[in-house]
Design a protein around this ligand. Structure first.
Ligand code: ZN
Ligand code: FE
Length: 172
C-alpha cells in the first residue's frame, strides 16, 4: 500500500504497534516463568495485564476509524523477542538470568515508548484527540514499566548477579 499522507503513516504505525503488543502478550508468560526474583515476576505479571489492555486500546482506536489492525507483522518486536528467548534458552545462575531478562524486557519497553511517542504525536497532528489520549495512557504505562525494571535491577538483581564474581575471585 502506498503511503500518501501522514494519516496513512499513522495507521501503518498503529498496525505495527498492534502486532508488537500481541507478540508481547504471547512472549511474557515464558519470561515470567524463567524469572526468579519475586519482584521481577510481579512486575512482569502486572505488565502482562497492562499489555492486554494496550491491545484493547489499539482495537478501540481502529474501531473508531472503521479500520482494523490487519496482519502486519512488527519485525522489530519479533527480533527483540527472539533475543529475549535466546537468553531464556541459556544455562544461567538465577540472578544472572534475571539480569538478562530485565535487559531484554527494557529493550522491548524502549521500543514501545518510541513507537507510542510517535503515534501520539501523529494523532495530535491529525486531531484525533481521543486516540491521542489512549495512546498517551499506554505510553505512560510503558514508561512506568521501564522505570520499575530499572528499580528492580539497581536495587537487587544486578547486585546479586555480581555475587558469583566475588566468590570466584576469593576462591583464586
Ligand atoms: Zn504495551
Ligand atoms: Fe510494554
Amino acid at each position: 500500500m502506498k503511503l500518501r499522507s501522514l494519516h496513512d503513516l499513522y495507521v501503518s504505525n498503529l498496525k505495527d504497534l498492534y502486532s508488537a503488543e500481541s507478540q508481547i502478550v504471547k512472549a511474557l508468560p515464558k519470561m515470567i516463568k524463567n524469572a526468579s526474583a519475586p519482584d521481577l515476576q510481579d512486575a512482569l505479571q502486572m505488565h502482562l495485564d497492562e499489555t492486554r489492555e494496550h491491545v484493547n486500546r489499539l482495537q478501540r482506536i481502529f474501531e473508531e476509524m472503521d479500520s482494523s489492525p490487519g496482519r502486519k507483522k512488527c519485525k522489530g518486536m519479533e527480533g527483540l523477542i527472539e533475543e529475549g528467548q535466546e537468553i531464556i534458552g541459556e544455562l544461567a545462575e538465577p540472578e544472572v538470568m534475571d539480569a538478562g531478562i530485565i535487559a531484554a524486557a527494557q529493550k522491548v519497553e524502549h521500543y514501545e515508548i518510541s513507537g507510542y511517542g510517535t503515534a501520539r504525536a501523529y494523532a495530535r497532528l491529525l486531531n484525533f484527540e481521543q486516540a491521542a489520549d489512549l495512546l498517551g495512557q499506554t505510553l505512560e504505562e510503558e514508561t512506568r514499566a521501564d522505570a520499575k525494571l530499572t528499580e528492580i535491577a539497581v536495587s537487587e538483581v544486578n547486585r546479586q548477579a555480581t555475587n558469583g564474581e566475588h566468590e570466584a575471585m576469593t576462591a583464586r
